[in-house]
Design a protein around this ligand. Structure first.
Ligand SMILES: Nc1ncnc2c1ncn2[C@@H]1O[C@H](COP(=O)(O)OP(=O)(O)OP(=O)(O)O)[C@@H](O)[C@H]1O
Ligand SMILES: [Mg+2]
Length: 362
């Protein structure tokens, strides 16, 4: 169903390295890319998901809206990593009316934060068999267990993001989670979503893993790996600033001496990422012995570090592919340079996934 124009939202991915914005026009003729843009943040404006420099981040978002001439003020943004726990839990089947209190009680054991410090949300996923339930929420189920996706977001972080958007003159219509936004992008881009897939997002300060079975997330994990590790290694090896390290990393500054050192840095950091992903997949294999991951989709700016995809493929024995959120969007090439979009594709996955949300979504 196309999203009515007035319900369409601007997707805003507020990352620690860059802010990404996407706008999608969802109409009868398909999904049209309406806007896409990126703006860099200074280092340390956002650290470990928390906004340290409100004014700086707010100004960056305002500039992005101005540069792209965006009129819509209703946005959807997301949090991840340190500030949110996404967990699938199984509880005894019960009616919707009882669910709220049960979830509150049950949640305490799964959440490493004080329960009073989080906003809790949940979604009923499945019945006992693990297949997606076709019953509406609240319909009485037979005896047994039911799967519920628990989402616990730290209140202070949520409040920070809401304040940031208000300060910027925007209305936060939906607050999402990176993992779910990525899943949206995957769903519009992949040819067939039946089966088991993993989506890996390697950003600047976070590495997120989301495993999906038949369109339902069954496992998520975030760890504090990312592109910053390479910058830090370059900084100490070559005695340069963070910004110079960034240029060396992306190949903009050529280094004559030390090429091997750089390759060594790439290899060692990338191995750490691959091991982390392998650990998650091994855990998944013990929890779901009957499932095999059909393919790993990678996203996030740091998935382009030389050698990462190859090593991941080799070590996991899985097919690995970059997630391209633009693949099935209608794109006017007079407005958007296809080479730019294809360069930005992995970084755009969260923003595009967010832009697919509409007012009224949870
Ligand atoms: N072509 C590239 N090759 C390697 N690394 C890249 C490339 N382009 C961007 N990066 C790196 O990717 C990271 C930015 O990716 P991304 O935009 O996904 O992160 P973010 O969303 O801002 O951060 P996070 O989600 O971790 O808070 C930076 O570390 C940047 O140096
Ligand atoms: Mg990110």
């Amino acid at each position: 169903m196309p999203i009515p124009k007035k319900s369409q939202l601007v997707g805003l991915d507020i990352g620690s390295h860059t802010i990404k914005l996407a706008e999608i026009d969802d109409n009868k003729r398909g999904l049209f890319l309406k806007n896409f843009g990126v703006i860099r943040l200074p280092q340390d404006a956002i650290v470990e998901g928390s906004i340290k420099e409100m004014e700086i981040v707010s100004t960056a978002i305002k500039n992005l809206f101005r540069n792209l001439k965006i009129k819509n003020r209703n946005v959807t943004t997301s949090i991840s990593g340190y500030s949110v726990i996404v967990k699938k839990i199984s509880i005894g089947k019960r009616e919707e009316s009882e669910l709220e209190t049960t979830i509150q009680d049950e949640a305490e054991q799964y959440i490493p934060f004080d329960i009073n410090d989080v906003n809790l949300d949940y979604e009923i996923l499945t019945d006992l068999g693990g297949a997606v339930s076709d019953k509406e929420e609240g319909e009485e189920e037979s005896k047994g267990l039911m799967d519920v996706m628990l989402v616990a977001a730290k209140k202070d972080i949520v409040e920070d993001y809401v304040s940031l958007l208000h300060l910027t003159g925007l209305t936060p219509a939906v607050l999402d989670v990176d993992a779910f936004a990525l899943q949206n992008s995957f769903e519009i881009s992949a040819e067939d979503i039946s089966g088991c897939f993993a989506i890996v997002n390697v950003g600047a300060e976070e590495l997120g893993i989301n495993a999906i079975k038949d369109g339902v997330s069954i496992f998520t994990r975030d760890s504090s790996y990312g592109g910053y590790q390479i910058n830090e290694a370059i900084m100490s090896k070559f005695e340069v600033s963070y910004e110079d390290a960034e240029k060396i990393k992306l190949g903009g500054t050529k280094i004559d001496k030390g090429k091997e050192d750089l390759e060594e840095i790439f290899t060692s950091v990338v191995s750490g990422w691959v091991n982390e992903i392998k650990r998650a997949l091994d855990f998944l294999a013990t929890t779901y012995p009957d499932e095999t991951i059909e393919k790993i989709f990678v996203s996030g700016g740091s998935c382009r570090i030389p050698g990462f995809l190859k090593l991941l493929e080799l070590e996991t024995d899985s097919q690995v592919e970059e997630l391209n959120p633009f693949a099935n969007l209608q794109i006017n090439e007079k407005i958007f340079d296809p080479r730019y979009l294809s360069y930005m594709a992995p970084q755009a996955c969260v923003a595009v996934g967010l832009a697919l949300r509409s007012i009224g979504d949870k």
